[in-house]
Design a protein. Structure first.
Length: 272
């Protein structure tokens, strides 16, 4: 295998699995003043580029891709990475410039857009989605709800104790039996919610219909589901349990099995 082929193989190994071992192997193929401009990385120098890429989540974005045969554009070597259907792009194009010693002097890249359209799947919250939503308060990434008041005004709120319930529901304890939210969903049950994790770049947008739970046993289950967040605000259980039946879920989430960042499109009905 030629030196350039070794360089590309080392790059492929590192960019999809940025371990220390792969970094050290790649380092031997980098010029000391290499320039790397891909995704959110714009660094000069081997140490800076390797360090930044190791800390980034780029490897989760390109996880599971298929490497095409390298090509060339003049003196620049190119290689395409085709990505799975649920990835954020159709693929990624890498461009490599070598110096006189066949060291990598410049590495650039860009997304191939748009990604293929997703076909809606039935709403079944995955383990990764449930973990993010259930841990929202612990991670300090609260879920923001939007609803419309009876007089037509848009309102928003963050609610502690939000948690998933079954495959297609959210639930929480509303500590105040009065207030605009309960009056609003009684008149118009349609609500939306958004979750975003600042560090992992995961995001979920959720739409559904809110309803108040009058069954005592079911209400108690929702109250007891998050005692760490609910009981200190409503120790006497004066509030009301709320369930949201989800009709549509979109966003980006890291799959539990592979860690890859995947697009989500789920709908209760195919037309939604």
């Amino acid at each position: 295998m030629s030196d350039r082929s070794d360089s590309l193989a080392s790059w492929r190994a590192f960019i999809t699995d940025p371990t220390d071992a792969h970094a050290e192997t790649l380092r031997r193929h980098l010029a000391s003043d290499v320039v790397v401009t891909i995704h959110t990385t714009n660094e000069k120098g081997a140490d800076a580029a390797l360090s930044t890429l190791k800390r980034s989540l780029f490897h989760t974005v390109v996880s599971g891709g298929h490497w095409e045969k390298p090509g060339s554009e003049g003196d620049i070597v190119t290689q395409m990475l085709s990505l799975p259907a649920k990835a954020i792009a159709a693929g990624f194009k890498f461009s490599f410039t070598f110096d006189g010693n066949d060291k990598l002097a410049r590495i650039e890249g860009g997304w191939l857009l748009p990604p293929p359209a997703l076909v809606p799947e039935p709403i079944t919250l995955t383990a990764a989605m449930r973990a993010r939503l259930d841990d929202a308060e612990k991670d300090r990434m609260p879920v923001l709800f939007a609803y419309v008041t009876p007089d037509g005004r848009p309102e928003q709120m963050c609610r502690n104790g939000i948690h998933t319930r079954g495959d297609d529901q959210l639930a929480f304890w509303n500590p105040r039996p009065e207030g605009s939210f309960l009056a609003s969903v009684a008149a118009n049950p349609r609500v939306s919610a958004i979750y975003r994790h600042d560090h992992t770049h995961e995001m979920l947008e959720l739409w559904g219909r809110a309803r108040l739970i009058t069954d005592e046993e079911e209400a108690r289950q929702i109250y007891d589901a998050r005692p760490d967040l609910v009981r200190r605000r409503d120790p006497d259980r004066n509030g009301v349990a709320v369930v949201i039946d989800l009709d549509r879920v979109t966003g980006l989430i890291h799959a539990t099995e592979t860690g890859a960042l995947e697009r989500i499109l789920m709908a209760r009905h195919k037309t939604e």
